[in-house]
Design a protein around this ligand. Structure first.
Ligand code: 26Y
Length: 847
């Protein structure tokens, strides 16, 4: 291996300072006397990046030289957040290990007059994702590097990430997130790595008439995919993996045909359109729209990634049959399913392999992760649109389907119903559609769900027929996880340091082996320890109060003196009817009305305050721009906040806050501050949830339904340490059915709440403003079962209040036990399971 004998890392403060100053002078062309926090951020990041690049190069050389099986994680979303703090936590120098380098840099830039915290805040979030699926991909690349897996991520370099959310008059307003305003030190442009990508055109088969034999795909539009690489450092290892994001560029090819026909301007314009392919991330989460540009993005990305993967494989000069021994490709949902078709095309059309041999290679290479059972989130593409954009790929899909259906027919003769149910092509009107989830199942050797309940559900609902066809072993579960580096050490340094002191683990090894946390069990009832634990929570609550104040134009909403005995009740996630923020806010209204009623009937304030102790309900999350109901829920939350927060009679015992523009960096402040967080989806709708794990890892208790990973969280931390409520998933269908045939019978409690909303209590100027929300519960079948779960939700909140305010010790005990038992939810465990049961790969340790 190449020896980095000339290129040296910085190892100590003075070396860091030299590097920092060099970057100020030469990279930024500024002087230290004219260096603000932003420039300091750029210079620090470039310096850290220099160190990472050395290990990045060594890692890549090692992976090439050792020629072990590699993993490619294909995801249209990587919700990375900020990189610098994370790099400082993970990075190793030659003389110091992970974690220490952060302290070293902090001191070194401190001596130059900068505060690390202020410098870190300069970094814009890399917000290249919508929510859970994108953040999962980000946690996974962290864990793959930490576990020394030879693994790359492949995605798109959107110029605009998820929109920034502003709240204006209570409504969500979207503004563009142009995150590349300043030089981005975390990406390395590889202009030399550019792949031509084709669209449209036609198929030429000359003499061949069978679609199964090689064909040529000609004509159409051509753009270039240019690679941008982001270094992904592992924790306590010198492995630095790669995240490769593709950006669309015009080709430099000159269109003579157009030029000769005098259409020069048009040909330039068309070229310019190339860039629009990677301009913007689609802001839908769990809702499919079927836009052509989205399919174009998907193909652009799949084709570029596969070309890259195949090129790397061909350099090894191995036979094609060894492709699946060398390469595992994981599909993050159906978004990259075209990669299956593209590999088949490469093997048959370009490499001239026999169809069946090619298909054997393809299916042995791919595996597919499903993240939802909800119909509206399943991708389907109209055959016409598909064939227009990708004519050859459509033929291949038809052929894949033909062989698949033949196999089904042989196994289950004369079952025409079955054939039409499982066909990759849906015979729907007005047009046939390609069912991407079925294509992904047929083209993969393993399909996994993301939590036990969810993995069971996919086998009995959307993929039931496929279990019959392929057997149950094609389907498996890998329960999601989160990286404790970002979600404990980085987000909650105070808790991490209390833990490392308590465990006598100065090097933070517990962040690699979370089973070490079980030692905290013995301290769960130790009063001294409880007090320290509580102090950390208090610190984090104050930190969140500061953020809320800042976002509120410097005006405090929460009284500092009362924060210690105010319950912070938090629900932050995408706004979606199935996640039921409406249940939460209706619960808040119920509490408000109960307080008002008690006061009106003459009960003394002290008595009321005993029954309804101090609480702040905090919300945050974005709605898809076109999702009317979700936007109305945001408006309702803000309208309730307006009324409640300004009601002086309440003397601050209840507050409501909507935090605008929830994102990864805000999550790092919000999550550690929770006493209680809400994970209250209609049972059977939330595949896993991952913020539930983040809250537990930060010592927050959970109120939740028996849904997604809440089930396993309960198993791990014990049912006495979680507040579960509501109907079970097995009863959901029945309840929905009942709603259709008998008019909704609402519990009285909810009736009262809805009447208040309908009377305009929160929208005096337009009483009917929230009618659509009320109607969906009262008159349109209450699909999300708000009415069915309302009373048990309210009752469970009463238990929460009681415990938090009357028995703080047992609250703290539950909080400590939660963290002690959260180890299972490290994404390191999760990646090990993927490696062992799906990828068949092993770590490649630096020597
Ligand atoms: C089809 C397209 C519009 C689409 C775009 C984004 C479809 C889905 C998504 C995003 C889905 C998503 O974030 N799903 C979440 O994945 C998490 C990680 O597995 C789960 O924890 C969470 O329950 C699930 O909703």
């Amino acid at each position: 291996l190449w020896d980095a004998h000339k290129v040296k890392k910085f190892n100590e403060p003075s070396e860091f300072q030299d590097r920092f100053i060099s970057h100020v002078e030469w990279t930024l062309a500024r002087s230290l006397y004219n260096c603000d926090d932003l420039a300091a951020y750029e210079a620090t990041s470039n310096s850290v990046r220099d160190n990472l690049v050395i290990d990045w190069n060594l890692t890549q050389q090692r992976q090439t030289a050792r020629d072990k099986k590699r993993v490619y994680y294909l995801s249209l979303e990587f919700l990375m957040g900020r990189a610098l703090d994370n790099a400082l936590i993970n990075m190793q120098t030659d003389t110091s290990s992970s974690g220490e380098s952060r302290e070293m840099v902090k001191g070194a830039i401190g001596d130059l007059g900068f505060k690390l915290e202020d410098v870190l805040k300069q970094e814009p979030d890399a917000a290249l994702g919508n929510g859970g699926l994108g953040r999962l991909a980000a946690c996974f690349v962290d864990s793959m590097a930490t576990g020394d897996y030879p693994a790359w991520g492949y995605g798109l370099r959107y110029q605009y990430g998820i929109f920034a959310q502003k709240i204006i008059n209570g409504f969500q307003v979207e503004t563009p997130d142009y995150w590349l305003n300043f030089p981005n030190p975390w990406e390395i442009e590889r202009s030399e790595i550019h792949v031509p990508i084709n669209f449209y055109g036609y198929v030429d088969r000359s003499s061949n008439t069978s679609t199964l034999t090689p064909a040529e795909w000609l004509g159409g539009e051509r753009v270039l995919a240019v690679a941008y690489d982001m270094p992904i450092p592992g924790f306590k290892t010198s492995t630095v993996n790669n995240l490769r994001l593709w950006s669309a560029r015009p080709t430099t090819e000159f269109d003579f045909a157009k030029f000769n026909s005098g259409d020069y301007r048009n040909s330039v314009e068309q070229q310019q359109r190339a860039e629009s392919i990677t301009a913007v991330l689609y802001p839908n989460d769990n809702f499919e729209q079927g836009k052509e540009l989205r399919l174009k993005q998907q193909y652009f990305w799949c084709a570029a990634s596969l070309h890259d993967i195949v090129r790397r494989f061909k350099k090894t000069r191995r036979p094609w049959s060894e492709f699946p021994d060398q390469i595992a490709i994981q599909l993050n949902d159906t978004h990259p399913t075209l990669a299956i078709v593209e590999l088949q095309r490469i093997l048959v059309d370009l490499e001239k392999l026999d169809w069946h041999e090619a298909w054997g290679i393809v299916t042995a290479t791919f595996a597919y992760t499903n993240h939802t059972v909800m119909q509206e989130a399943l991708e389907k593409w109209p055959v016409g649109l598909f064939g227009h954009l990708l004519p050859r790929h459509l033929e291949i899909v038809f052929d894949i389907n033909w062989f698949f259906l033949k196999e089904v027919e042989e196994k289950f003769p004369h079952d025409v119903d079955l054939l039409s149910r499982v066909s990759i092509i849906e015979e729907s009107s007005p047009e046939r559609q390609v069912r991407m989830a079925y294509l992904a199942v047929v083209g993969s050797h393993k399909v996994n769900g993301v939590a036990e309940l969810h993995s069971d559900l996919i086998k009995t609902t959307i993929f039931k027929d496929f279990v019959k066809i392929y057997g149950v072993h094609k389907f498996t579960n890998v329960t999601n996880g989160i990286t404790p580096r970002r979600w404990l050490k980085q987000a909650n340094p105070k808790l991490a340091s209390l833990i490392s002191k308590t465990l006598n683990d100065p090097e933070d090894k517990f962040l690699l082996d979370m089973s070490k946390l079980t030692a905290l069990r013995d301290l769960a009832e130790d009063e001294d320890f409880q007090e320290k634990w509580n102090d950390v929570k208090q610190f984090n609550k104050l930190r969140l109060a500061d953020l809320i104040k800042e976002l509120n134009g410097g005006v405090d909403i929460l009284e500092r003196d009362h924060i210690r005995n105010t319950l912070f009740d938090i629900q932050v996630k995408r706004i979606h009817e199935y996640k039921r923020q409406q249940l939460n806010i209706l619960g808040v209204i119920h509490r408000y009305l109960s307080i008002k009623e008690a006061l009106a009937s003459g009960v003394k304030f002290e008595e009321v305050a005993k029954k309804f102790p101090r609480k702040v309900s905090i919300f945050g999350g974005k709605s898809a721009p076109g999702y009317y109901m979700a936007k109305l829920i945001i408006k309702l939350i803000n309208s309730v906040a307006e009324v409640v927060n300004n009601d002086e009679e309440l003397c601050d015992i209840l507050k409501v806050v909507f935090i605008p523009d929830y994102n990864v960096s805000k999550a790092e402040i919000i999550i550690p501050a929770s006493d209680l967080s809400e994970h209250i989806s209609t049972a059977g709708t939330e595949a896993s949830g991952t913020s539930n794990m983040k809250f537990v890892m930060n010592g927050g208790l959970i109120i939740g339904t028996v849904d997604g990973a809440n089930v396993e969280i309960t198993r791990e931390i014990g049912e006495e340490n979680i507040f579960l409520f509501g109907n079970l998933s097995e009863n959901v269908e029945e309840l929905r059915y009942a709603h259709q045939y008998q008019p909704q019978k609402l519990p009285q409690s909810l009736e009262k709440v809805l009447n208040a909303v309908e009377s305009g209590a929160f929208s005096p100027d337009s009483p009917s403003e929230f009618q659509p929300l009320i109607d969906s519960i009262k008159h349109h079948g209450d699909y999300y079962l708000v009415s069915d779960d309302f009373d048990s939700y309210v009752a469970t909140h009463e238990l929460v209040d009681e415990l938090y305010h009357k028995d703080k010790k047992s609250w703290l005990k539950k909080s400590i036990l939660s963290v002690a038992n959260v180890g299972f939810f490290s994404s390191d465990r999760c990646i090990e399971e993927y490696a062992g049961t799906i990828w068949n790969t092993e770590p490649l340790k630096p020597e």
